[in-house]
Design a protein around this ligand. Structure first.
Ligand SMILES: [Zn+2]
Length: 278
């Protein structure tokens, strides 16, 4: 039987500058339909990146308790450094009532909340500590898990995370392809103590864009089963809208259907931690 953990990085909660960048991209692609959709979506008042209701319906249907990693990006906007724009703009305020309420609702429905470490936090103990404590104040309980934004990892990131009080990290994975570095599918202990690294096996963007994704999906399932590891999926909440990100929602649902047909067992990341940290 295959063990699965469904997780979600919450990178964005609101469509902001994307109205502009996505329209420009659609115009350059010569896609009239897509450009009209982008301009129209600006005026409907709906927020296409707020997908929590839809996502919870899907998770409930498959009786899955999931793990949500919330980002608290504090990087300053630097107008002369375009590389910084996507990271610093379009972020949400984790302290806003809407986000706080959503975090509490997810928790009350049995889902787990973790920290999605901000872009520079992988090398900054104070940021890690701060982001953990801000989220704990909102949640009203201790948080043990983290995944770094962009899967940023330095040689001492796990050491810093451990010092900040985290018990597991799930940043060991690939940003641009399917699978795990070194084919590690079994959670491992880098310090031979209770701190656990839970590899992330499949992320939405590289999966959706792959032409051989369903074959790769079967191969990952087989590898995880053979190693008796855990298949960790990461589907960003903001990309769960097929109008905005064609294929993301439908591929996610299809994955869950396939996994259910194989009698997969679903775990939150803390449940994975409890099993593998012994
Ligand atoms: Zn992220």
């Amino acid at each position: 039987m295959i063990k699965v953990a469904v997780t979600h990085d919450v990178d964005r909660a609101k469509k902001t500058y994307h109205y502009f960048t996505k329209t420009v991209k659609a115009v350059f692609r010569g896609s009239l339909g897509a450009s009209v959709y982008q301009v129209k979506s600006l005026f409907t008042g709906k927020n296409p990146y707020w997908t929590f209701d839809d996502l919870l319906e899907i998770l409930n249907k498959y009786q899955i308790k999931s793990t949500f990693f919330f980002l608290n990006e504090s990087m300053k906007f630097n107008p002369i450094s375009p590389g910084n724009w996507a990271l610093s703009l379009g972020r949400y305020n984790i302290q806003s009532k809407k986000i706080r309420d959503e975090i509490r609702r997810l928790k009350s429905e049995g889902h787990e909340i973790g920290v999605h470490g901000s872009f520079n936090s992988y090398k900054d103990l104070n940021l890690l500590k701060k982001e953990k404590s801000v989220l704990e104040d909102i949640l009203g309980e201790t948080i043990i898990g983290i995944r770094q934004h962009h899967l940023n990892l330095a040689e001492n990131t796990w050491e810093l995370q451990k010092k900040a009080g985290f018990k597991y990290d799930s940043s060991w994975g690939l940003n641009f392809s399917i699978g795990v570095e070194d084919d590690k599918t079994v959670p491992f202990k880098p310090f031979k103590d209770e701190f656990l690294v839970v590899p992330m096996s499949i992320m939405d963007a590289p999966f959706v864009s792959s032409e051989i994704k369903w074959r790769q999906f079967d191969e990952m399932i087989a590898l995880v089963e053979k190693n008796n590891g855990v298949l960790v999926l990461n589907w960003h909440t903001d990309s769960l809208n097929d109008d905005e990100f064609p294929g993301y929602r439908s591929d996610f649902v299809k994955m869950l259907q396939i996994l259910q047909s194989k009698n997969a067992e679903f775990f939150t990341m803390t449940q994975v931690y409890q099993q593998f940290s012994k």
